[in-house]
Ligand binder design. Structure first.
Ligand code: GCB
Length: 627
């Protein structure tokens, strides 16, 4: 009787404690899990209300922010957040500094847990404080980074305060760089949205964390059995050595990752294996077959972490100067994209991501390209829906004098590595692009950058080709500096921009230029990585900026590509309009700044321009997958 009463009492107490804890969590906007599917199961979304303010008095304010018991001077926001979405002024593009503040209670107060905060993308420089103490900083957007929340600063019970200072004033050596246009306005290829542009998570570490996961299928030939390399690297965050075991499965088949390992405090351990998959179901845009992959990490006799992802078996190789997928030569057609939205800027949500992917599919695209690593959920959608991705780091139009600097090269190398480490398990990613439109007449500096980047990328991931997108100018000639690349992307604006000395003003120069490029690089895969014309009105076909001109432009260019079967693909720039920069004209005599209007879909309502239908018809007529 007494026991039963005690039990009932203790159950009631536990229920109340749990209810209180979950009420506190709900109030803080903390929910278990990530909004994307792949990854570890120890993340908690730090959602709900955040506070935001523009910076008025510099870093000195941080102690005042820490003491503040009110929200005076702050505006409630949700994260992701781009604070200047909708502000099209020059000041907005130039950038400023601002603060975010978030109060939260840990979702799990147990003392053995370590905690990290993970930022998926912050533009551009960030500094972070926990409970008034600085805990770290980061440079560069579009890639995730984490900071450990030091035990000595962290409140296990009670409210923690996270303060983040974000500075989006860009420098000429940043990715992408700042600069000035001829008329003195801030330059740039897309809007400089400031803020916590993607989600923020708390990550709970029960002594052992996974630091990287590689699941790399190898398919020697289209009808061959596949072999899959699986490698899980873990780290022991605890103060004592731990006995760690990792188990896993690939498509339900066990991965023999080896025996238990003793891993010393703060040490790393690697568990790997290679298994054979007979008669694999191959991934391709026509049938994007995915395999469920799971890992489980145990320390002693306790499971401390689970991890899942979706892998795809396919081969992507350059053979005889052509990109091939599962042994078939590709003639891909697709679109460039930006993660932009009229209301939220780059802080887009899942619905918007799904919409972008659905629009690309509706157009008949089999490939998409962006100037920066996409949100992880975009890659998952591409995996699932069957879209091939040209994945690029934002080493965008960086001038040689900056590319020469060690700090710039180091950041580029870090971004390349981070992109590969974070995103390499997505079957949709076909290549690693190391930049866009560096000097079109490369010298030793760019050559050195290309060589080192290609070596680094191949060492991390020998399974994917290395690419660079370059401005398509005939005067550039054949460049030995590109030797280390597998794929060259040509940005083709023949008949749109004049180019240096008017060399691309005449579209009829395009066929010879393409043939010249093929002759220069017979063993590399060549893409048209961009082509496009602005359009915002009806008018004569000869007049730039009309829908009729855009239609004629796409039909001409696509017609030329169709007669160059050696091309591995052509990517229209862009699927949809986006904000680019103040006083943008994009070559259009009647521009609508700051909107980049080469898109096939209008920015504000996503409606279709006439050229959409021409592109859609053409894409449908091309045997993109060589089947
Ligand atoms: C390019 C850039 C792209 C621009 C485009 C344009 O070459 O790579 O980011 O938007 O030209 O429209 O000028």
């Amino acid at each position: 009787m007494r026991i039963a009463r005690l039990l009932a009492l203790s159950l009631a107490v536990t229920a109340t404690v749990l209810a209180c804890a979950s009420t506190a969590l709900a109030a803080d906007g903390i929910t278990r899990g990530t909004i994307y599917k792949d990854g570890p199961d120890n993340r908690f979304l730090l959602g709900g209300n955040w506070l935001f303010r523009l910076d008025t008095a510099g870093v000195g304010q941080v102690q005042r922010f820490q003491r503040q018991t009110t929200t005076d001077g702050w505006t409630p926001v949700t994260v992701p957040n781009a604070w200047n979405a909708g502000d099209n002024s020059i000041a907005s593009m130039t950038g400023t500094t601002a603060w975010y503040r978030k109060d939260f209670q840990l979702p799990d107060a147990r003392s053995r847990m370590d905690w990290l905060v993970r930022f998926e993308s912050v533009n551009y420089r960030s500094k972070v404080w926990l409970n008034g103490k600085p805990i770290g900083h980061n440079t560069g957007a579009y890639l995730p980074w984490s900071l450990r929340l030091p035990r000595s600063f962290l409140k296990r019970h009670g409210v923690n305060r996270l303060v983040v200072r974000v500075d989006n004033r860009r420098r000429r050596s940043d990715f992408p760089p700042s600069g000035l246009t001829g008329s003195g306005d801030p330059a740039g290829g897309w809007w400089n949205y400031g803020g916590l542009l993607r989600e923020v998570y708390l990550e709970r570490v029960d002594r052992i964390d996974i630091t990287s996961v590689v699941v790399r299928p190898d398919l020697p030939c289209a009808t061959c059995d596949a072999s899959v390399l699986a490698r899980v690297t873990v780290r022991n965050y605890g103060d004592d050595s731990a006995r760690v075991r990792v188990t896993g499965s690939f498509g339900g088949k066990r991965l023999p990752l080896g025996a238990t390992k003793a891993i010393g405090s703060k040490d790393f351990g690697t568990f790997d294996t290679r298994i054979k998959i007979r008669n694999p179901r191959l991934w391709s845009p026509a049938s994007p077959a995915l395999y469920d992959v799971r890992f489980s990490v145990r320390a002693g006799d306790r499971k401390v972490l689970g991890y899942s992802l979706h892998s795809g078996i396919r081969s992507i190789r350059v053979v005889g100067g052509k990109l091939t997928l599962n042994g078939r030569p590709l003639s891909l057609r697709g679109v460039g994209i930006h993660e932009d939205d009229p209301t939220t800027g780059f802080a887009i949500n899942s619905a918007r991501r799904a919409q972008i992917i659905a629009q690309a599919k509706e157009l008949g695209a089999d490939v998409i390209r962006s100037h920066y690593p996409l949100h992880p959920e975009m890659f998952e959608l591409a995996d699932r829906e069957g879209l091939i991705v040209w994945s690029e780091i934002p080493v965008y139009a960086v001038k040689t004098q900056f590319l020469k600097q060690l700090a710039v090269r180091k950041l580029a190398a870090r971004e390349l590595e981070d992109n590969i480490v974070a995103n390499q398990n997505h079957p949709s990613i076909m290549l690693w692009s190391i930049g866009n439109e560096l000097s079109s007449r490369p010298g030793p500096v760019q050559q050195d950058y290309i060589q080192r980047a290609a070596r680094q990328a191949r060492a991390l991931d020998p399974s994917r080709p290395i690419a660079l997108a370059v401005a398509g100018y005939p005067s550039a000639g054949c460049r030995p500096q590109y030797a280390a690349l597998d794929v060259i992307g040509l940005n083709d604006y023949f008949g749109w921009y004049p180019g240096p000395n008017g060399q691309i003003a005449d579209r009829d120069a395009l066929p010879d230029f393409l043939d010249q490029m093929r002759a220069c690089y017979p063993n590399k895969a060549i893409f048209v990585s961009e082509f496009g014309a602005e359009a915002n009105r009806d008018g004569p076909v000869e007049e730039k900026g009309t829908y009729q001109f855009q239609q004629d432009f796409v039909n001409y260019h696509l017609g030329i590509y169709a007669t160059r079967p050696w091309l591995s693909g052509a990517i229209y720039w862009a699927l949809q309009e986006f904000r680019v920069r103040p006083n943008w004209d994009g070559g259009n005599p009647h521009p609508n700044s700051p909107i980049h209007e080469k898109g096939l879909l209008r920015f504000t309502d996503g409606s279709k321009k006439p050229a959409w239908f021409d592109v859609q018809r053409d894409f449908a007529a091309v045997n993109q997958l060589g089947t």
